[in-house]
Design a protein around this ligand. Sequence first.
Ligand code: PLP
Length: 262
Amino acid sequence: MIKRALTIGGSDSGGGAGIQADIKTFSAFAVYGMSVLTAVTAQNSLNVNGITGIPPQFVSLQFESVLTDIGIDGVKTGMLFNAEIVQTVAQKLNENHIPLVVVDPVMRSKSGDILLENRGVDLLMEKLIPLATLLTPNIPEAEMLSGVPIRTDEDITTAAKKIHDLGCKAVLIKGGHRRGNATDILFDGVEFSKFTAPRIDTQNTHGTGCTYSAAILANLIKGKNLRDAIRLSKWFVTEAIKHAFPLGKGHGPLNHFIRIEK
Ligand code: PLP
């Protein structure tokens, strides 16, 4: 039977990030994609022009609707918008013992807009991160979650340990915001692993984080181990950036239609 992946996150009207990127990514890996919307953004490649949150009870109802009929093999969370939604999502995941949970702790967009209010960050740390199979912060998010300002490789190691102490099984700190190669560091509580790809000089990187975490979830659901799932997803994101579509006047979207050897 086809595997079923659920993304819990925000809609990007421009189609580059959020649940649109996630469902394209699930499809690229031949996994069936479903969505629970937490917020709707009015955005394009330049700006987020507006955000409206979905009432938490309606977030719950969407989750119940897919769970009770279609079933869920794994979940990724993206933009959660506010504390009430974080609380609702954590409760649903906890009650229903979802086996694979990838948490992308989305806080701001590339344009600087707030995608998770501050009170939501506290609840994310307390309630949602302990449920995560994998947490995928970028550097600013890792700094926020660990309280460690990150400048050196050693800072990443320190931050990774502090974040792991919040209760997730593993944390992948993504190096996209640093200079040089794009190197991500995984810590699973026992050992550190590095995943490196060349940095691509382009501004078409909108939705990179969403795509990466969705690809990891799809591969975990298909039975890959964590390191293989990350390796393949990193390759996918790198190729999707390399062949990105120059759409819009700002940060264009990735190309999710690249060929994947099965
Ligand atoms: N919009 C939504 C709905 C998102 O979920 C995200 C990121 O997760 C973004 C925008 C931000 O994407 P980017 O930082 O690539 O512009």
